[in-house]
Design a protein around this ligand. Structure first.
Ligand code: GLC
Length: 732
């Protein structure tokens, strides 16, 4: 009798879940349960092929331009791929905000034809706004965002971009780049947050928090690890650097990003010290998981698992490459065009070359991201909302603010700037003067950049016309190679505005052997210099360039690190004084190409003699630093509180980026002459003085000792801010 009661009770318990959620609704579909519980329930229901499908990401751009129903259905329904991406040029057939939303909805509809109806996670390179979509506000590229040293604004930009990405039905941006720039000859320097590990870490954190704060999308720190250090700066060239460089330079931004909650990481396409990153168990598991404690998902870069076999030749066959990468720690393969990879992976498992436990670990991470994003409950994107959100007024205002704060004034001889709006005449000339594509650079609408017609915003010329008085004669010369026409324009002009720079590029297309302006632009600047006219040079470039000294010395020089579609307005704002420039260099400007690589964190035995140093930038006003204060002595393990006064001693309001540099007077290893360990933007009215406070943590002044252990060593620490300094002695 008793047994029967127990049996009845057991049966009842089994029925509870079903009763609680209606007819056999599985736990993984219950949003009231935790992502962990839902993940384990779903994983327990999946076949091996269904699991393997989650580990594959297919590029919309490869499944027939735009939208090929048959190939998509095959990838999603037949192979059950877990993710779709739009790479540099994978836009929907109708490339409008509504077109993106409809395309994303159709893809999710296809998943409803699968057994478990697992939503696809859709990734896109929204790296300076939702830049794949025509009409979207294009923000400055990361190097420009870094030049603002404005973490709050960077976070606001990322949050706004997250809204736009989500409004079009996407869930994942492959941003921010956390690579630390080492050599401006590299074609992706503009995608970095500069050459300083602390700046990259701090600005990267702000972007990640901004992208992820709404919970609608996830960010992706890339390209782990050391991708920005190819030998001679050529993209995807081998990188050779010491374990010390790995840990002092390249790792800190990822450590900070993971502490800020980064949900995904993309792997470096290149090799580090002889081992492709995609094959490195040391980097992908021992360091990333074991040391940094990363629990999110790792995704390969584009077709890079296959390249372990086809290019790096560290795997004898395609299958061996798959086993090598997934066992090293890559969770998802950006396979791009071949969902059939699932078949190969299935054979690897059957041949015991890829353990089911490793598959489960990868799929668990992927499902956790999907549950945390609420993808199973996510409503279809509303095309009308997408249309309304993309390129909205708030995003344009934000982009203009970021762009104007990103501009770095490098020279202003005779205080030529700001120009009067009443100037009698101005000649505007140069290839970036009357277009937007050069202000935006690569990864804009298309991988290698946009056509002007695809972009919304005012060019520099249009913005200048909007600034000057009705009596001002504005001349624009489109064909600046026509010497006679140029000389005629020069004769008539009171001031010349030359807007030069680089054509848009992305990845290896941007590699440069000489950092030189094109020959026709060099001739343009020489002709202008020979005229002796007051000149303003604006350079729209994704990195430092080498400009001829004579041509540069004759002019005011304003650097625009690809300021985006509001860049024209922002440049005019600064040139005519509506905005006081406050950008600071996030990267060293070399005087000669032969100095490279020369990040500012040089050691003591070599001179640091750049054209313009890291952190440099002029203002239309002047600031005076005083009263730097810090304790004379602190004990090992204690924070150091430093304060400094800063006063605006000029006649105009302005923002200053207060930068705190640290140097060890001596240590168990050699240390940089300067290392940025704090920055803060301060707005000051004329005559206003403020006190800025910094907290230096022990970690910030710890030393990676000869045994490769981070230790807090006693000794003297030099603190310098704005050219004044003090010393703090750290005692046992
Ligand atoms: C590219 C880039 C990477 C990008 C990915 C997807 O090759 O290296 O930064 O996110 O492919 O477009």
């Amino acid at each position: 009798m008793k047994a029967r009661w127990f049996l009845m009770a057991g049966l009842l318990l089994l029925l509870v879940p079903a009763i609680a959620f209606g007819e056999d609704k599985p736990a993984y579909l219950d949003p009231t349960l935790s992502p962990e519980v839902r993940t384990e329930d779903l994983l327990s229901r999946m076949t091996l092929r269904e699991k393997l499908g989650q580990m594959v990401q297919i590029d919309l751009g490869q499944i027939g331009k735009g939208f090929n129903e048959v190939l998509l259905e095959r990838a999603i329904v037949e192979y059950g791929v877990g993710s779709i991406l739009s790479g540099g040029s994978g836009s929907p057939m109708i490339n409008t905000p509504e077109g993106w939303a409809k395309m994303a909805n159709e893809i999710q509809r296809l998943t409803s034809e699968t057994r478990l109806k697992i939503p696809v996670i859709y990734g896109v390179d929204a790296v300076h706004g939702h830049n794949a979509v025509p009409g979207a506000t294009i923000y400055p590229h990361n190097l420009g965002i870094a030049a603002t040293f404005n973490q709050e604004l960077a976070q606001a930009y990322a949050a706004e971009t997250a809204e736009e990405v989500a409004a079009t039905g996407l869930h994942w941006t492959f941003a921010p780049v956390l690579d630390v720039a080492r050599d401006p000859r590299w074609g992706r320097t503009h995608e970095t947050l500069g050459e300083d590990p602390y700046t990259v870490a701090e600005m990267g954190k702000s972007l990640i928090i901004g992208f992820q704060s709404s919970g609608k999308i996830i960010a992706c720190g890339k390209h782990y690890l050391g991708y920005s250090a190819p030998n001679n700066g050529m993209d995807r060239n081998p990188a050779d650097f010491s374990e010390r460089t790995l840990r002092e330079i390249h790792l800190p931004p990822y450590q900070a990003a993971i502490q800020a909650g980064l949900c995904s990481i993309m792997v470096n396409s290149g090799e580090v010290n002889g081992e492709p990153a995609h094959a490195s168990k040391y980097l992908l598991t021992d360091v990333l998981r074991g040391e940094l404690g990363f629990t999110g998902l790792t995704v390969s870069d584009y077709e890079d698992i296959r390249k372990l076999w086809s290019i790096h030749k560290v795997a004898p066959t395609r299958n061996d490459a798959l086993a090598l990468a997934h066992n090293a720690g890559v969770d998802m393969s950006m396979e791009a065009g071949r969902p059939e990879i699932v078949d190969l992976m299935e054979s690897l498992v059957e041949e015991d070359k890829l353990p089911v436990s490793r598959v489960d670990e990868a799929v668990r991470r992927i499902l956790m991201v999907k549950f945390r994003l609420g993808l199973f409950e996510r409503q279809p994107a509303d095309p009308a909302v997408a249309k309304r959100v993309i390129g909205n007024e708030q995003s344009r205002r934000l982009a203009r603010q970021l762009a104007s704060q990103s501009l770095v004034l490098l020279r202003n001889p005779d205080k030529l700037l700001p120009l009067s709006k009443q100037i009698p005449s101005i000649l505007v000339v140069g290839p970036a003067a009357n277009g937007l594509s050069r202000l935006c650079g690569g990864w804009t609408i298309g991988w290698q950049g946009a056509r002007d017609q695809q972009l919304t915003g005012r060019t520099v010329l249009e913005a200048v016309k909007g600034k000057v008085s009705p009596e001002t004669k504005v001349t624009y010369i489109e064909d600046f190679t026509d010497e006679d026409q140029l000389k005629e324009g020069l004769d008539e002009a009171a001031v010349v505005l030359a807007v030069v720079g680089e054509k848009p590029y992305a990845e290896w297309y941007g590699d440069s052997q000489d950092l030189a302006l094109s020959y026709d632009q060099q001739r343009l600047l020489k002709t202008i210099a020979d005229s002796g006219k007051p000149t303003v040079i604006v350079a729209a470039a994704g990195r430092p360039l080498i400009i001829d000294e004579q041509q540069m010395n004759m002019a005011a020089l304003l650097w625009a690190f690809l300021p985006g579609t509001e860049g024209g307005e922002a440049i005019a704002d600064v040139i005519f004084g509506d905005v006081n420039p406050s950008g600071r260099l996030p990267i060293t400007f070399p005087a000669r190409i032969g100095q490279l690589p020369m990040p500012y964190t040089v050691k003591r035995t070599v001179p640091y003699e750049p054209l313009f140093p890291f952190g440099y930038g002029l203002s239309y006003t002047q600031f005076k630093y005083s009263a730097i204060q810090a304790p004379e002595r602190v004990k090992v393990g204690e924070n150091i509180t430093i304060t400094v006064k800063i006063k605006n001693i000029g006649k105009r309001a302005g923002d200053e980026v207060v930068m705190l540099f640290v140097r060890r007077e001596y240590a168990s290893v050699t240390t940089p002459l300067r290392s940025l360990q704090g920055f803060a933007r301060v707005s000051l009215a004329p005559g206003e003085e403020k006190t800025v406070k910094f907290q230096l943590t022990p970690a910030q002044i710890s030393i990676l000792n000869p045994r490769m252990k981070w230790v807090e060593e006693p000794g003297d620490v030099g603190i310098s801010i704005g050219g004044i300094g003090t010393t703090v002695t750290i005692t046992e």
